[in-house]
Design a binder for this molecule. Structure first.
Ligand SMILES: [Zn+2]
Length: 115
């Protein structure tokens, strides 16, 4: 069981961590997207149509893989950094976190989280 201050401290650390990873995800997506557009423009000017299609699809696939991995990492970090229910051990994220903040009880098992 957490005290109110401990719970708020963990919540605040989790929020900062998620915010930092969200920024990395957004920044990487935008920079990679812009680089892809620039690269595809260059490919358009220098290659034949069949090669262009292969390179464009490969570039898009690489973009999707990198952004997808960053999204998976963000979800993982969110789950790891969030406070856990001391009774059932679930990660208190989103609505569960708001419910615990308001009622001091886990919405999954009903156990007292904040004492
Ligand atoms: Zn619980």
């Amino acid at each position: 069981m957490f005290t109110r201050d401990e719970f708020n401290n963990i919540k605040s650390i989790s929020r900062r961590t998620v915010k930092r990873y969200s920024f990395i995800l957004a920044f990487t997506s935008v920079v990679l997207g812009l680089c892809s557009l620039w690269f595809l423009k260059w490919v358009d000017l220098n290659f034949t149509s069949t090669v262009r299609i292969v390179i464009a699809l490969s570039t898009f696939l690489i973009f999707l893989i990198v952004v997808g991995l960053l999204v998976i990492k963000l979800k993982h970090v969110t789950k790891l950094s969030s406070p856990k229910c001391p009774h059932c051990g679930i990660s208190l994220i989103g609505d569960s976190l708001r419910i615990v903040s308001a009622t001091s009880r886990c919405d999954s098992c009903g156990g007292q989280v904040i004492g």
